[in-house]
Design a protein around this ligand. Structure first.
Ligand SMILES: NC(=O)c1ccc[n+]([C@@H]2O[C@H](COP(=O)([O-])OP(=O)(O)OC[C@H]3O[C@@H](n4cnc5c(N)ncnc54)[C@H](OP(=O)(O)O)[C@@H]3O)[C@@H](O)[C@H]2O)c1
Length: 288
């Protein structure tokens, strides 16, 4: 099996390549400096040359607020770019795994969303990611779509790193407590992705760490594990206005994994503890 991973310079793509390599699977991580997924000819030429059996498509326009004012660029990457990859996969007969998001749902209620629930994205980012899903389904038979949420990993910026920085600078931090979801550690999600692509259990999945929390609860745990003294002040989303509307309910049901016989991921608290170990090991390596 030969695997091409897009978005290698990002959080998830980096760890998918690391996981594939640890399994001795032939793979290559690519990003914008290799080819631009919005350029159809470039994309087709690159994939025809590499001839992957599987493409794990992690590249995306992920600046959720910026997307509200730059819909054209966001759409080009998330919809056209994903369609270009899908067309190449169809031509090569390759499997395609597309990473999607909790933002495809409407975000209301308190029940966990099932993969069969109606989608109703409320932001440009969410709409384009959903259209990306549809472009994949339209073009490729052998597809996996994995909807994830609240991603954190070693390679890139994320909520954990931001909280650690702010927690060292300030005595108190106001963090929203009415958006509920599941933080997701990229090495855990990478393992799930590597398990899925071995199978022919094509379809839509949810892939997050187990358990739900609010951003404020997540931040409080980050302060505790990171040894930061800053007090977390829970606030409603209405007191933290952002350009893009975020879902209040991002709970994603993992019944789809149980049904496919795929093991669920560890809890987000366990994942966060391992992330801190990884951050510590990285900083010690940098010192030496
Ligand atoms: N982060 C989250 O909380 C979250 C939540 C739910 C779902 N997801 C999904 O999970 C996936 C991985 O997210 P992530 O956090 O790892 O993303 P990320 O860190 O933002 O990485 C995305 C990568 O895609 C690259 N890229 C952007 N435009 C490209 C183009 N035209 N051609 C080639 N590469 C391009 C980016 O390169 P540049 O940096 O050079 O632009 C970046 O390296 C994405 O599909 C995202 O939608 C993420």
């Amino acid at each position: 099996m030969k695997v091409l991973v897009t978005g290698f310079n990002g959080q998830l793509g980096f760890d998918v390549v690391k996981e594939l390599k640890s399994r001795n699977i032939v793979c290559k991580g690519v990003d914008l400096d290799d080819f631009d997924i919005t350029d159809k000819e470039q994309t087709l030429a690159y994939l025809r040359d590499y001839k992957p059996d599987v493409v794990v498509h992690c590249a995306a326009y992920t600046a959720v607020d910026k997307a509200e004012d730059d819909e054209q660029t966001c759409r080009r990457v998330n919809v056209d770019g994903s369609e270009n990859i899908a067309i190449a996969c169809r031509e090569l007969g390759a499997k395609m795994l597309y990473v999607s998001t909790d933002y495809v749902y409407g975000g209301l209620g308190v029940d966990a969303f099932e993969i069969t629930d109606e989608t109703d994205p409320k932001s440009v980012y969410g709409r384009t990611k959903l259209e990306g899903e549809k472009a994949v389904i339209r073009n490729v038979d052998k597809y996996f779509i994995v909807r994830t949420s609240w991603v954190f990993g070693i390679n890139g910026n994320n909520f954990v790193k931001t909280m650690l920085r702010l927690g060292a600078e300030r005595d108190a931090l106001s963090v929203v407590d009415d958006q509920i979801g599941s933080p997701t550690y990229t090495p855990d999600l990478a393992r799930l992705i590597c398990e899925l692509i071995k199978t022919d259990a094509y379809g839509i999945y949810h892939g997050t760490n187990e358990g739900y929390c609010s951003w404020a609860e997540f931040a409080a745990m980050i302060m505790k594990l990171g040894g930061r003294k800053a007090v977390i002040k829970p606030i409603p989303s209405s007191e933290y206005p952002a350009r893009a509307q975020r879902p209040l309910n991002s709970r994603l049901s993992k019944a789809c994994l149980d049904k496919a016989g795929i093991k669920r991921l560890p809890t987000w608290q366990n994942a966060l503890e391992r992330y801190f170990e990884e951050l510590k090991a990285q900083s010690e390596k940098e010192k030496n």
